[in-house]
Design a binder for this molecule. Structure first.
Ligand SMILES: Cc1ncc(COP(=O)(O)O)c(C=O)c1O
Length: 372
């Protein structure tokens, strides 16, 4: 296996991948209608729920799309014509769920907070009590905008007490943070191939309760992103309805194998360790963070932008990019931030190298001491 130039991506996905995953893309050409490929897809479909303790109650459906496609599939397939969605919006990905609802004219109400505020489950409870038309709650687990872990377990518990279904965007938590469907019992969760599972971009997937299949049969508002049709098509033919990104599927197979080899505990531990090194290193350099510690997901930091006149995100980005590190701008959080994430095939030495470069950057840029 030839080594490939390794860039350290500190943006929250598409993440740094291993050489094994990169090389898994290089396969003999194959028509995705062949049994060999259908068997590969079937194995992936079985394994995706296993990552989150899905058990026999859950099934998975894949789409050739970025993660947003999966969210769109879940929302547009789950909410019936006479249903109503309550969307928890405390970051850009909550807002995106709202945009999907607007686009498809799905009735919704939003619990809107500044990006970086923690949702109050009692407020959600009040909203459900005041509007008995609400049938579904949509919430982001790890709000990648800010690094906040939302109170999904509590929301699921509340929803279950009221027979309301929950759709959870687990884009940047699946396979990187503890997500246990045995505990949540969420009806739908969504993620993609290129974040904590450490595969290549190009596939989204929805993991949902099998017993919902009858319910969603005639719900779809989208042709391509029809969860029921995609599930049934696969069940009957072993194929995706429309052309899959063949090589990306092979890379996802490899990524899943590597995940099970590392184990869930191992991956969480590695990410956590990376995070703690990053957190302490940045703190020592004088940086401050957007969120209080108790709300931090532990895999992404939204860092307050310094007030030094020498500070400029683009200049800092370019400095790091030239040295093989990719850093990420903020996304509308309640205070100006830039973001660094530790998800992907990253290790303690990568984070230490980054911190050394950050120290150098502060010196050469003239910032020296971070000011707020
Ligand atoms: C929480 C969350 N939801 C949705 C998305 C959208 O995914 P994509 O850009 O792959 O469509 C992202 C992307 O970063 C995300 O972090």
């Amino acid at each position: 296996m030839k080594p490939i130039k390794r860039n350290i991506l500190l943006n929250p996905g598409p993440a740094t991948t291993s050489d094994e995953v990169k090389w898994a893309l290089v396969v003999p050409d194959i028509c995705p209608r062949e049994k060999e490929f259908c068997d590969l897809m079937d194995g992936i479909k079985q394994d995706l729920p296993r990552v989150v303790n899905g058990g026999d109650d859950y099934t998975a459906v894949l789409f050739a799309s970025s993660g947003t496609g999966g969210v769109e599939a879940a929302i547009t397939s789950a909410v019936p014509k006479n249903g109503k969605l309550l969307i928890v919006e405390n970051g850009a990905y909550g807002t995106r769920m709202k945009q999907i609802a607007v686009c498809y004219q799905i009735p919704f109400t939003a619990y809107t907070l500044p990006y970086g505020d923690f949702p109050d489950v009692n407020q959600i409870k009040r909203m459900l009590e005041e509007d008995i038309g609400i049938t579904h709650i949509a919430i982001v687990d790890h709000e990648t905008t800010t690094g906040m872990r939302n109170p999904v377990a509590e929301v699921c518990k509340l929803a279950q007490s009221k027979q309301i279904e929950v759709i959870v965007d687990c884009m940047s938590s699946y396979a990187g943070l503890p997500v246990d469907l045995r505990v949540w019992q969420a009806e739908y969760i969504i993620s993609s191939s290129n974040k904590c599972i450490q595969g290549m971009a190009g596939l989204s997937f929805v993991i949902f309760k099998k017993n919902l299949l009858g319910k969603i049969k005639n719900n779809a508002r989208s042709f391509y992103f029809d969860l029921y049709a995609q599930h049934e098509g696969f069940h009957q033919t072993g194929q995706m309805q429309f052309t899959p990104p063949v090589q990306v599927v092979y890379a996802l197979r490899k990524a899943l194998d590597l995940f099970f080899e590392e184990t869930m505990e191992g991956r969480i531990r590695r990410y956590r360790n990376n995070y703690e090194i990053l957190y302490k290193g940045l703190e020592n350099l004088g940086f401050e963070f957007l969120l209080p510690d108790q709300y931090q997901s532990g895999i992404l930091l939204a860092i307050k932008e310094p007030c030094n006149p020498e500070y400029n995100f683009t200049t800092m980005h370019d400095y790091f990019y030239e040295r093989g590190f990719t850093i990420y701008p903020g996304k509308g959080a309640k205070e100006a931030t830039f973001r660094l994430s530790v998800l992907g095939d990253l290790y303690a030495e990568d984070i230490r190298l980054f911190l050394l470069q950050m120290k150098n950057y502060l010196d050469v840029s003239g910032i020296q001491k971070v000011a707020y």
